[in-house]
Design a protein. Sequence first.
Length: 244
Amino acid sequence: MKHALLTSLALSIALPAAAQETGSTPVAPAAQASAPAATLSQEQIVAFNKAVTDFTAGQQAQQKGDNATAVVKYEAALPAIRDAVKTQPDKIDNVNFLANALYATAAANAALQKLDAVAPLYEESLPHWRQVVAANPADAQSRGVLTGILIQLGNFKLGKQDKAGAAPFYAEAIPLARKAVAEQSNPVNRNLLLASLIGASQTSEDAALKAEAATLSKAMVADGSVDAANKPSAQVLAQSAKAS
């Protein structure tokens, strides 16, 4: 029961302020004397500000459907953003910027059917999305993106018959998706939960998860809210729910 990659999560990012305005990372008062925050060099600042310009141009191209130009612009931006985050790993605005830039690059590559480029970009972005969500647990949009990336990474592994490798991604996605549905039970959030449960049902022997996947599939097939990516597997699971 393989299912297609999710590609519908919206990308929205407020670009970080110019690097000249954010040259240091705040630290706890007790640590200031012994561990001063790293700062970006003038060369890094110039490169970072150019990365903001390149990223903006990439977004504009992507919004017009010119994904080839978007990839070029995003790839030009990424080295300086990575370097800024490496220098200031706790500056959450820049971590968020890098997470979004990697996500946008993956989306543009996916639109160009360059699927081999997508998984590495998602894998690189994953710890950054985790950091963003940990820093702001109330940010439902970032949690949704993180959930979708976990599901897609599970799907990549599952597509290669690596059930052991896929299982942890689905296991991490399920509580995030459940939280989203508890907050707002809309079709997008329910489909994220369904996708994570479908994956888990294929990689785990947990009877409760299998039953939950079947029950949710039956309900969503019945009310027409299941999306195209989940529909083939959901239909099979719905039939199993009816049979039981």
